[in-house]
Design a protein around this ligand. Sequence first.
Ligand code: T46
Length: 134
Amino acid sequence: MSLAKWIDFQSLGDERGSLVAVEIGQEKAVPFAIRRVYYIYRTEPGISRGFHAHKALRQVAIPVAGRCRMVLDDGFRQEDVWLDNPTRGLLIDSMMWREMHDFSKDCVLLVLASEHYDEGDYIRDYEQFLAGVR
Ligand code: T46
């Protein structure tokens, strides 16, 4: 089974352009109450980000512009996915190591998070992460 769980949003486009509405509590929508929103943008060429897991946090990442490559790792296997569709969000569960690479210059990655920011929820050491999942 794939590590990547996608949420497909409906594109409500018309002749003026496109619009996506993100709702919680609906079927095929974000499966948690959103407590925080942040976005990553203007990542310089060649820069990678992430390199951590979260103990409890769940997130949905939506590339509202451009693209980047996400590496997901559950401690047993790794999977590479491209985030390049603004109508598709990637659900990143807790205890999933993630890395982000190959950001396009125009990439804006919108992230919906289930909890407020808490540095204590991060596992930034890969060996510690493995010890937690194996
Ligand atoms: C994740 C990936 C996808 C805050 O003060 N509040 C926040 O809500 C966030 C997300 C970050 N920060 C601070 C912490 C650092 O000093 O902003 C700085 C950059 O954060 P970080 O180095 O953790 O960024 P990334 O891109 O490596 O990771 C981020 C999220 O932190 C993380 O939860 O899953 O994006």
